[in-house]
Structures are given as C-alpha cells and as structure tokens.
Design a protein around this ligand. Structure first.
Ligand SMILES: *Cc1c(COP(=O)(O)O)cnc(C)c1O
Length: 428
C-alpha cells in the first residue's frame, strides 16, 4: 500500500487524505461490486454462447469492400447480436454512425406519413428532438408527416397510464421508450419497469411497435428490453456493446420485419441488409462485444464509487448509491459551476489520452447554456470510456459515465476528487 501512496503522490499528485477517503469508501461498496460482477459473469456467458451457437471463426474477421455482397462476417455479427438479445434479427453496421443515426433509421424505416409516434416517458434525448421534429430541423419526421405525441412521467416518476391510454389511437404506429435518463434527472428505467409499460401499451393496442432506446443500458441487467416484449432495441457501438473497441457503429435488434424495414431505410429500398461492406472493422466489433460485459461492469463500479463518494461529501446523486441501476450514467448535483468545472478537469487529468488538456465550458450548438466536456478517449466521442459532461446551469448536474477498466475509472475519480480538494471545494 505504501508504494501505491507514493506512486499516486509522485505521478498524479494525489494527497494521502484523498486516497484514504477513496479507499475507505471502496470498502463500503464491496457488496454492490459483487453483484455487478455476478451480472457481468452471466452476460459474458450469454455473449460466448451466442458466438459458439453461430460457429464464430476467423473467416468472419476478414474485410469486404464496395457493395459488401456475401459478407459472412457481417451477417454472423448480426446473428450473434440477435441471439445475445434473444431477438429474431439484427442490423449491426459501421455505416450507422451513432446512436442518433440508429434511432433515426429505426424510426424512419417503420413510420409512414400520417402515422403517430408516441413517447410515454416524456421528452426524448436532445438529438432525437430534432429527428422527430419537436425542435424543427430539415428532414425531420415531422416534415414527412409523422405526428408526434408525448405523455410525461408523473411528478413521482411513475407512468401516467391514464393519459398514455388516451394518447393511443388508431394512428399510433410506434411507441418509443428511452431507457436511460440522458441529460435529465428523471430516474432511468429498469428493464422490469419497461416490461410493465410495454404490457400496458400492448393491452391497449396489440399491434403497436414498441421500440426501446437502449443507449447506455446494454449489459447492465441480465435481461434486455427484447426479453420483455420490446419489438426493437436500438443503441450505439461507441457505448456499452462496443466494449470500447468498436471504432464506430450502431445496432438495431428485434422482430425481423421491423429490422428489415430499418435496413431498407439505411441502404435503399430493394437492397436492405444485402449490402454494406464491413471494411475491416469486424474483429473490433466481435471482440468489443466479447469484452462489453466486463467493460460495462467497470463502468458500473465507477458510477457506484462516485455516487458513494459524493453522497458522503453531501451532494445529491442520481441514482443514489446502492439503488438498482438501469444504465451506466451517474448524475451528481454539484451545486456550483466551480465544482462542476473542477470535477470535469480532474476526470480529464486521469485519462490515458489528452490528459494534458484542460476542458473549459463553451457554447455548443444546440444547447441553451455553456457545456463542459471531459473525455480522454481512444475513440472520438466514445462515452463507454471514462467521460463527464455538464451543462453549466443550476442545479449544476454533472453526468459521468464509462470506464474501460475499473483501475482507470478509479484513478480518474481520484484525480477528480483531488482537483476539487486542491481548490478547497471539498473538505476531507
Ligand atoms: C447517447 C444517447 C443517444 C444517441 O446519442 P449519439 O451521441 O448519437 O450516439 C440517444 N439516446 C440516449 C438515451 C443516449 O444516451
């Protein structure tokens, strides 16, 4: 232990007080860590089982170019994803740029002019607002005649069943359910709660498509939304399921018909899943999926660690430490802009990449206030790697997520604490 103290002091300027506080806190959450490891073990076996079932072999790791006809690597990856999610089919592509793109393709592929789209869990993630046309954007679903309806969660966070029932009508085609809170402070939805909501929606209208925005949720639980009635689950490969290795990509899994509809939109009507070259990224996508359960476990430990530390320091954390988690995001109400900035700068200091950069708040397009972002990532914008961001406005909530290894996540948290401690913002 003495050598660790000295090393952290010499190389990372961590005070002994900060380290002692962190190590003591780590001991207190051992029970939660054990549960995280158990889930991760189950999910690891789920992934290996799907790979074995599809006879994964090195022929699947080679690249195709051009049209990408007969790409057995790509087709096998899609079958593996479908099996991991217990779904009929999958669309998993490097041509899907992000989570927003994957959700756009799933929505636009399955909605037609005059159809209604319903969000029964309040306003969707920022970028989706432009896609749907809640915020006017060129090419939005609204411009194509898709009508959007929304029912907010009740003040206590529960579903407003009465108004959800009223909002569903003969035109309702698709219901979109966002699992993660995103940049809001509502609770994220556990798979059990998603199950309740889908059962209710289907009891009102049997043939409505239930789609879950699964971003940040994959492998947090041992079941996924597709295990509890979701017709589609959608996410980004530079979040949980890419395991930190995927350089790009998105996935859509679910009922074959709906996945195909999305594929006809991603490529072209008549082409669908038949085209799309894998361009050499297959090894990273397979191996990333293989690593994803343990990477998600590291991220969950980091989230839990931060929740416990900052609760002890008197800050409000969402979720609270020990609470059942539905995603890897930890929100901490930092109370002041100074705290937020010091925390994010500290997270950056612990990074393997760009540790010498000091993040500062800036006016980012699409936001109504300055935003600060800390990320020292191997893959640009990857938020399965340790990262933190915050809009600079009350209650000065910082959203932190990711951590490819627990060891790095812990170091990043130490450098964040140290940054606040050195400025006298926290007392130990
Ligand atoms: C990250 C995220 C998205 C998509 O974001 P991209 O940056 O486009 O990948 C959508 N919904 C939620 C809840 C997210 O967390």
């Amino acid at each position: 232990m003495e050598s660790l103290y000295n090393f952290l002091k010499d190389d990372f300027q961590i005070d002994k007080k900060v380290l002692d506080f962190a190590l003591e806190t780590e001991k207190e959450i051992k029970g939660t860590f054990d549960q995280i490891d158990k889930n991760s073990e189950y999910n690891q076996y789920k992934v290996i089982s799907a790979m074995q079932k599809n006879k994964l072999s090195d022929v699947h790791f080679s690249a195709t170019t051009g049209y990408g006809y007969n790409d057995i690597g790509r087709d096998t990856l899609e079958k593996v994803y479908a099996d991991v999610f217990h779904a009929e089919a999958g669309l998993v592509r490097p041509q899907i740029i992000s989570g927003t793109h994957a959700l756009t393709v799933a929505l636009a592929g399955n909605l037609r002019p005059g159809d209604e789209l319903l969000s029964p869990v309040g306003i969707p993630y920022d970028t989706l607002q432009g896609v749907i046309g809640i915020r006017p954007e060129r090419g939005s679903l609204a411009e194509y005649g898709v009508v959007y309806r929304q029912v907010d969660l009740l003040p206590d966070g529960s579903f407003d069943y009465e108004n959800i029932k009223k909002a569903i009508n003969e035109k309702t085609k698709l219901v979109t359910i966002q699992r993660s809170k995103g940049y809001s402070t509502r609770p994220s939805l556990t798979v059990d709660r998603i199950k309740e909501l889908i059962s209710f929606v289907k009891s009102v209208k049997k043939d409505v498509i239930c789609m879950v925005d699964n971003c940040y949720g994959e492998f947090v639980d041992i079941i996924e939304p597709t295990d509890v009635g979701a017709d589609l689950a959608v996410g980004s490969l530079i979040k949980n399921p890419g395991g930190g290795l995927a350089p790009v990509g998105g996935y859509i899994v679910g009922k074959e018909e709906y996945v195909d509809n999305a594929a006809y939109r991603l490529t072209a009507p008549g082409l669908g899943k038949e085209v799309g070259p894998s361009l050499g990224v297959m090894p990273a996508l397979f191996q990333g999926l293989f690593l994803a359960p343990s990477v998600v476990a590291a991220s969950l430990k980091c989230a839990e660690f931060n929740a416990k530390l900052f609760e002890k320091l008197g800050f409000k954390c969402i979720p609270a430490s020990g609470e059942k988690r539905a995603d890897i995001v930890q929100a901490i109400n930092m109370n002041t802009a100074e705290n937020v900035i010091a925390y994010c700068q500290g997270i950056q200091k612990g990074s393997p990449v760009d540790s010498f950069v000091t993040p500062v708040p800036w006016d980012m397009p699409g936001y109504d206030c300055p935003v600060i972002m800390a990320a020292g990532a191997f893959v640009q914008g990857s938020s399965i790697e340790l990262s933190a961001d915050a809009p600079i406005k009350p209650p000065y909530t910082v959203f932190m997520q990711g951590g490819l290894t627990w060891q790095h996540a812990k170091l990043g948290t130490l450098t964040a604490l140290q940054s606040m401690y050195k400025k006298g913002l926290i007392k130990l």
